[in-house]
Structure formats: structure tokens, C-alpha cells
Design a protein around this ligand. Structure first.
Ligand code: ATP
Ligand code: MG
Ligand code: MG
Ligand code: MG
Length: 437
């Protein structure tokens, strides 16, 4: 992509409405624009990030045995009357009437809809377990939408739903998602800690929130320090095997959000192991048994023909909130520092003298060769001062900058700068290719 042609409205000034760093940087780096309270348009650079987050989420969901579907954003109120939640849900639900005066709503979550799809599609215990997910926009009319995409009213969520024949099966499904979530967030460069959580309006009796630590987080959290750096990515996971041992490694250490906090148990830990902090909820998993399947009659025939009410769980990831969450966790004074997996482009070519034919030619050659290798490249070919280019590149946080200028080129060199460390190296243009794949 050539930056001179890219729709990338960056800002020098700090927007006054943004209270936290991720919101400021998302506006300044031209990732999103608010179109009305808590509702955002995603601009090209922001959309690339959002899609990368979705990709990681999908890969991990698929690996854990979930199957992707796509349910609509608009739902019928009747669905929610079946579960009894239509009246219970409260003013966060956006209720709409169609031209025939039928009551509809913009879905805040999908337990009811998926339960009906399951009920109509699965009849026998032989077809279990099932785990279905989608990545779809939700609407919750939050009292105080704020912090940009972190607490939007319209937001993108990955939600999935598991169906099992009995509680043991449902716990296995829960554990699969527990481990898949650990992997998902770790791949995004985040340290997300599963914490015992309240089940809230979803209901049920087993639940963990996945929390990333950040001063700007809205929840007070308490945990064992050992959880912060626990590693999951170095292990090979077999999702068909019993995962309870891995789950226990995490859950045996104290970790709870303020609603579930047990001050006594926490204070029993040695002081040096206690961590009281603030956190951002990026994911939330629930096991809730037959809370929806029972009122909505989601049953299958058992081996002896008997009717068995299925055991369910639901699992959410705040896909759009993660864009803000990742920036909270990874930025410096100059701007965003994208983790590799999530970066909108992997490499930026910074052309220091666009009107110099040799420099332009060298940049184009690098661009073509990297692109041919499948590397996503942003080419800053704009006719502006080098200082402005460096500032914009640091702001938008591309992990690698390849800086090409006339003097270096005459000596057969370009500069490669790592955005995170700031380390610069001089290398021959041909060597640039070998470094990226
Ligand atoms: P919160 O406590 O932040 O209000 P929640 O507990 O109401 O979130 P869940 O019903 O658990 O949210 O939804 C699953 C995930 O969706 C959350 O873990 C969060 O990452 C994301 N999410 C929820 N509400 C919003 C929102 N208003 N804006 C952006 N993401 C959200
Ligand atoms: Mg909420
Ligand atoms: Mg919550
Ligand atoms: Mg929650």
C-alpha cells in the first residue's frame, strides 16, 4: 500500500474527548472515528487490526473444535420471551419495532438464538458435543459508553456456545475454551489472567473472566503474581485429551474480580505474591447447565430413547475492545507498538526523498520483493519532511521500518529500525528481504 494514496487521517493534536491513551492513539493514528455516542466507523488501518484479531480468534476457535456460523444482529423479541430474559434484560437492550409493529431487538448476545438453532438441528445424543461460534456486532445501550471502542454501544464480539450431553462433557467443553482463550490472548502479545467471576445476567455457576492488567481498567482485580507470566504457547495442546490439569494450573492460584473477591483467602498469601491491580475484561466464559435449554426445550434423545436436556456454556471475546486493550498494553510516548500477529502491516518502507529517482526505485524494488514474499508492506512515498514521516511511523506502530535515503543508498545501505526497541541497523537492501517472511 502506498501511503500517498491511503486513507489514513492521522492527527497531531491530542483529541480532547479521549481520556485514556488507547483512545487517544486510536484517533490520532486514524484507526477509528466516532459516528455517534459509542458507535465507531473503522478506517482502513483500524480495520486491518480488527481483522487480524479476528484471524487469531478464528484459528484458535477452529483448533479447539468450534465451528463458525453467522447469526443476524437483529433478533425477535419472542425468542427472548421463551427464555424469560426479554423483560429481565433491562435498558441495555435496544428494542426496535418493525413496520408491522413486531417487537425486535439488536442482539446484545445470542444464547436464545443459538439454542433454537441447536434445538431444531440436533436430535440425538450421537450428534453431541457441538460448539458453534460467530463473530458478529452486538449492541448494548451502555449508560456510559466511554474509552473509545473499549466500552462502545455497538461492538464486535466473538461468542460461542457449547452443547453437551452431561455435566462432565460440558466441563470438558468449558476447559477447551479456557485453554483456547489462554492461547488466543497470548498470541496477541497479551498477559490475560483468568479470574473467578460473577455470572451476571447470563446466569450459571462456573465462570472466568480473562483480564489484562492496565491502570485504566474498569475492574479492581486481585491475583497471585505467579499468574502474570505463566506461559501456554510453548506447550502442545491436545483438545481431545483431558485438559483439567492445565486448567488447574491456572485456577489453583488465587485470582478474582472484585465481585468475587475473598479478602481473607487473598491476604493469606505471602505479601510478595499478592497483586492488587486494575484490569480490562477481554473475555468471559460461562458454564450454565440447563439455564436456557430447559425453558427453551433443547433436548436430544439419549441411548435408550429418553429425552435429555442438554448442558450448555457460552464464551465471549471482546474483539473490538481488544484493539484498545492491546494498545493499552503496548505503546510508548511516540505511539502504538503493535505485536507482530496483530500489526496492520509488518514492514513500513520510509522513503526519505520521494523526488529522487534512485531512492524511489530502490523503495519500489523492496516493496515488490517483500510483497511477493507475502509480507504486508506500507510504503511511505508521501512528499513531506522526513521528521513528519518518522513521527507518523512511530505513531501508527508498524513493527519494522526500512528507511531509505540517498546517502545510505549511495553507500549500498538502508536502515532497518525496530519500532519496539528503537534499535537501528544498516544493511544492504538485499539483506532486508532475507529478514522478513
Ligand atoms: P463489561 O463488564 O465490560 O460490561 P460484560 O461482562 O457485560 O462486559 P460479557 O457479556 O461478558 O460482557 O461479554 C463478553 C465480552 O464482550 C466481554 O468480556 C468484553 O470483552 C466484551 N464487551 C462487553 N461489553 C462491551 C462493550 N460495551 N464494548 C466493547 N466490548 C464489550
Ligand atoms: Mg456489561
Ligand atoms: Mg463484566
Ligand atoms: Mg462479562
Amino acid at each position: 500500500m502506498r501511503m500517498s494514496q491511503y486513507f489514513l487521517p492521522t492527527m497531531k493534536e491530542t483529541p480532547s474527548e479521549a481520556q485514556i491513551v488507547s483512545h487517544r492513539l486510536m484517533l490520532r493514528a486514524g484507526l477509528v472515528r466516532q459516528t455517534s455516542a459509542g458507535i465507531y466507523a473503522w478506517l482502513p488501518l483500524g480495520l486491518r487490526v480488527l481483522r487480524n484479531i479476528e484471524r487469531v480468534v478464528r484459528e484458535e476457535q477452529d483448533a479447539a473444535g468450534a465451528q463458525e456460523v453467522l447469526m443476524p444482529t437483529i433478533q425477535s423479541a419472542d425468542l427472548w420471551r421463551e427464555s424469560g430474559r426479554y423483560d429481565a434484560y433491562g435498558p441495555e437492550m435496544l428494542r426496535i419495532k418493525d413496520r408491522h409493529d413486531r417487537e425486535m431487538l439488536y442482539g446484545p448476545t445470542n444464547e436464545e438464538m443459538i439454542t433454537v438453532l441447536f434445538r431444531d438441528g440436533v436430535k440425538s445424543y450421537r450428534d453431541l458435543p457441538k460448539n458453534l461460534y460467530h463473530i458478529q456486532w452486538k449492541f448494548r445501550d451502555e449508560v456510559r459508553p466511554r474509552f473509545g471502542v473499549m466500552r462502545g454501544r455497538e461492538f464486535l464480539m466473538k461468542d460461542n456456545y457449547s452443547f453437551d450431553i452431561d455435566k462432565a462433557g460440558a466441563i470438558h467443553s468449558y476447559n477447551r475454551m479456557f485453554v483456547a482463550y489462554l492461547r488466543t490472548f497470548a498470541r496477541m502479545g497479551l498477559k490475560a489472567i483468568p479470574m473467578r467471576a460473577d455470572t451476571g445476567p447470563i446466569g450459571g455457576d462456573l465462570s472466568h473472566e480473562f483480564i489484562i492488567l492496565a491502570e485504566t481498567g474498569e475492574s479492581a482485580v486481585f491475583c497471585h503474581k505467579g499468574l502474570v507470566d505463566k506461559d501456554i504457547l510453548s506447550r502442545t495442546i491436545d483438545y481431545s485429551a483431558d485438559l483439567q490439569g492445565i486448567v488447574n494450573e491456572w485456577t489453583s492460584l488465587y485470582a478474582a474480580t472484585d465481585e468475587m473477591h475473598d479478602a481473607k483467602a487473598f491476604e493469606a498469601l505471602p505479601e510478595g505474591e499478592r497483586l492488587a491491580a486494575r484490569g480490562i475484561e477481554v473475555g468471559h466464559i460461562f458454564y450454565f447447565g440447563t439455564k436456557y435449554s430447559k425453558p427453551m426445550n433443547a433436548v436430544v434423545a439419549g441411548p435408550g430413547g429418553e429425552q435429555i436436556t442438554v448442558e450448555m456454556g457460552s464464551y465471549g471475546i471482546g474483539v473490538s475492545r481488544l484493539v484498545g486493550g492491546i494498545i493499552e498494553a503496548s505503546h510508548d510516548d511516540a505511539g502504538i507498538v503493535w505485536p507482530d500477529e496483530i500489526a496492520p502491516f509488518k514492514v513500513a518502507i520510509v522513503n526519505l526523498k520521494p523526488d529522487d529517482g534512485a531512492v524511489g526505485g530502490a523503495c519500489q524494488k523492496l516493496y515488490d520483493a517483500l510483497t511477493a514474499k507475502g509480507v504486508d508492506v506500507l510504503h511511505d512515498d508521501r512528499d513531506i519532511r522526513p521528521g513528519g514521516k518518522f513521527a507518523d511511523m512511530d505513531l501508527i506502530g508498524i513493527p519494522w521500518q526500512v528507511i531509505v535515503g540517498p546517502k545510505g543508498l549511495a553507500a549500498g545501505k538502508v536502515e532497518v529500525k525496530n519500532r519496539k526497541t528503537g534499535v537501528r541497523e544498516e544493511v544492504a537492501p538485499e539483506q532486508v528481504l532475507a529478514r522478513f517472511s
